[in-house]
Design a protein around this ligand. Sequence first.
Ligand code: NAD
Ligand code: WQD
Length: 351
Amino acid sequence: MTTAPSKAPRLLLTGGAGYIGSHTAATLLEAGCDVVIIDNLSNSSASSVDAVQKITGRPVSFHQVDLRDQPKVEAVLREERIDAVVHLAGLKAVGESCEKPLAYYDCNVIGTLRLLQAMQATGVRQLVFSSSATVYGDPQFLPYTEAHPTAPTSPYGQTKRQIELILQDLSNSAAGWHFSVLRYFNPVGAHESGDLGEDPRGIPNNLMPYLAQVAVGKRAALTIHGDDYDTEDGTGVRDYIHVSDLADGHWAALQHLMRSATPDASACHFFNLGSGIGHSVKAMVGAFERACGKPLPVQVGPRRAGDLPAFWADASRALEALQWQPTRDIDSMCSSTWRWQQAHPNGFNEQ
Ligand code: NAD
Ligand code: WQD
């Protein structure tokens, strides 16, 4: 038996001040949900929460709390009368995770354990989790389906897989737990308002924020990490997904969770959130040049250690089960990024 949610849910969004979290907050507020954010601001600024409130015209309850502080997380769950959790908080840099694996296991795995223990203590049993396509590792076949074997190649990827396994074990242990694990592909783009976007600290590692900083004149040139792969133009191929489509995917997953959750059953569902289409680095450079209306300086360098040549999603399960599919193309990803970068060249740290 399934039940429809009878009232607008009150949601705890962990990591809600971050890049994907702030866009997800905006979508959930616009869908009518009440949103409570927990974030320790280790990789973000409370200004993003202000921007979300301004864009949506709706209030957000914000708590600067670290997930590993279980008593505080419990207090928020109880006092804010939370119905379900959307869990995005964590550390996310692959390279840094190789240098500081303990920090990654501590923040991501222990942080999630503390959150789950706080949920157990307060009777909250529904959670949507930010996982990553990085759990699949070297492709045995493409596109990756959710059934593809998992073999993460970095401590960061291992933390994501370990959390997935914890959620699966928990859902097998007792009735009432309901989890939706979202494996994101390559999230890029910015809010259509131009007032929310990715605000990386230091030199960006990822393609899109680097390209945006080249376009605005903060970096001299993009280095393409290898043009000798066995792909259409020799450069790496990825499945880029607009962050606002990704945010919509969280709402679709939550609705699915709330519709199907019953106290006498439990579940842990896995969904790829990607477009199902691969684009090369050169194709993304071309799209960004169209967006900003000028050629961008580009040089070709060696391959980046650990990079896969190409991967993209089979996103059919999300379409069938969640009725979710992306609607924004790479031109929209680049034009929204450019709008955000131009309006906020220093990100949320405006001065
Ligand atoms: P982000 O760094 O912008 O957001 C993460 C937020 O979590 C930050 O605001 C940070 O301050 C907060 N945080 C970190 N550790 C915390 C802790 N212990 N307690 C409380 N808050 C904490 O990153 P993002 O790109 O928005 O990523 C969000 C989630 O999506 C992460 O879990 C990430 O692993 C996952 N993900 C991201 C990508 C990507 O390419 N951006 C791809 C796949 C999965
Ligand atoms: C995309 C393509 C690069 C920068 C990473 C994480 C992954 C996930 C998403 C969290 C590749 C090329 C990049 C540059 C370039 N995060 N590139 N010059 O590596 O696919 O995925 O973010 O879960 O786990 O590994 O994304 O944006 O870094 O790279 O040529 O300066 O752009 O080689 O082909 P990636 P990316």
